[in-house]
Design a protein. Structure first.
Length: 396
């Protein structure tokens, strides 16, 4: 379960928050606030209710009608991501249109602005193949209503463009969000399939690795059991063989597990790109062609560089407050010999990314184990830079 959650979290990286469904109260409040900002343009109907010269009964009915319209509009737009059934959305848009028409005809031209919200809500909540008709339809209904309202034609010119442009803009935004959500779900599925394939590969490798050894241990155990007590020396030899095979199997399993756990530079570079993008940090990474490592670089040395990259990027994301992070990987020839050099530099606060005894100390130990070195510290007035160097051909 933990591995599955990790796969889903990795698939979630790199997507904007707007493309994710609200999962808690805070996210719902933030979404509601963003939607409510655009209700500012209802100031004209509100002003008309207060100082439009209507009777008390008209004001009460108009206030109730406006409250009902706004409530229906917010429910419709807020539930867009949940993809309500199309017939329900069409019915809701029809109700909003009827409310806008009745309020405009009874209270005056200031209420024509409600049709802009009808066009926007239909563009946001309906599929593109339907909303491309409902947006012009709401605009046409607004035009007919404006011509029937005294002085409405003077307001019409200022409302046609907002209704059409706002409605079709929401069509594009809604399509983009749906596509992004589908892509996010597809990436989560791909990550899960990749994890399942890795589990199957691990199971096959362990079966091939241990199958022969365990079969041999079973056979020699049966032989030893049959030789006792008549042939104790031969039985002892079989037991010694069992011990030898068991030790070798244990060594093979440890090597296999170490190989599965060993990080690689190409994999960490891909992970760094995703993590930095998710944190809103501009990532400048080596091109794909630069991912090919020198043949002289051992697996242990590559693993140490990969751990260095992972730790450095983690510190950039968590602690630096940087807006830009640059990663370079170079094969450098110096007077002291040939080195592979990994540099991670950011434009953040410039303070050490980790206190002594934590991440940087562990990286230093890993690099020293393969003959390498680590240097880390502030870079210029702002920013932090980590440089990991490993000599080529060094043996751990």
């Amino acid at each position: 379960m933990a591995l599955k959650q990790e796969d889903e979290d990795r698939a979630d990286r790199g997507f904007p928050e707007i493309a994710k469904r609200p999962e808690n109260r805070r996210q719902k409040v933030v979404k509601a606030c963003w939607i409510s900002i655009w209700l500012f343009y209802l100031s004209a109907p509100v002003t008309d209710l207060i100082s439009g010269g209507h009777s008390l009964g008209a004001r009460l009915l108009g206030g109730l009608g406006l409250a009902a319209f706004v409530s229906w509009y917010l429910v419709l737009v807020f539930r867009t991501v949940r993809q309500m059934a199309v017939p329900r959305v069409l019915a809701s848009v029809a109700v909003l249109s009827a409310q806008a028409t009745i309020l405009s005809l009874t209270l005056g031209r200031e209420w024509l602005v409600l049709f802009v919200y009808v066009a926007i809500s239909s563009g946001a909540a309906l599929p593109p193949e339907i909303s491309r008709w409902t947006v012009p339809g709401a605009t046409a209904l607004m035009t007919v209503t404006a011509l029937a309202v005294p002085g409405g034609d003077a307001y019409l010119a200022g409302l046609l463009i907002p209704a059409l442009m706002g409605g079709f803009a929401m069509v594009g935004v809604a399509a983009l969000l749906r596509t992004t959500i589908q892509l996010r779900e597809a990436r989560a599925t791909v990550a899960q399939l990749a994890a399942n394939e890795e589990r199957l590969r691990m199971a096959r490798d362990l079966h091939d690795l241990l199958g022969h050894s365990l079969s041999l241990i079973t056979l020699k155990s049966e032989l030893a059991g049959r030789m006792l007590p008549g042939q104790p020396e031969a039985a002892a030899q079989q037991v010694a063989d069992i011990e030898r095979v068991s030790r070798q199997a244990l060594v093979d399993v440890r090597e296999a597990v170490s190989g599965y756990r060993r990080p690689t530079l190409p994999g960490e570079l891909a992970g760094a790109r995703t993590a930095l993008a998710a944190a809103g940090v501009v990532a400048v990474l080596p091109p794909e062609a630069a991912h090919e490592l020198p043949e002289e670089l051992s697996e242990e040395a590559e693993s140490a560089l990969a751990w260095s990259l992972r730790e450095a990027v983690t510190n950039v994301v968590r602690h630096s407050g940087a807006k830009r992070c640059t990663v370079t990987l170079t094969d450098r020839q110096t007077l002291a010999g040939r080195f592979v050099e990994l540099t991670v530099a950011d434009d953040g606060c410039g303070a050490p990314a980790a206190p002594p005894g934590n991440g940087l100390t562990g990286l230093t130990e890993r690099l020293e184990a393969v003959g390498g070195s680590l240097s880390a510290g502030p870079s210029g007035k702002t920013g932090f830079r980590l440089v990991a160097r490993i000599p080529l051909g060094s043996d751990s």
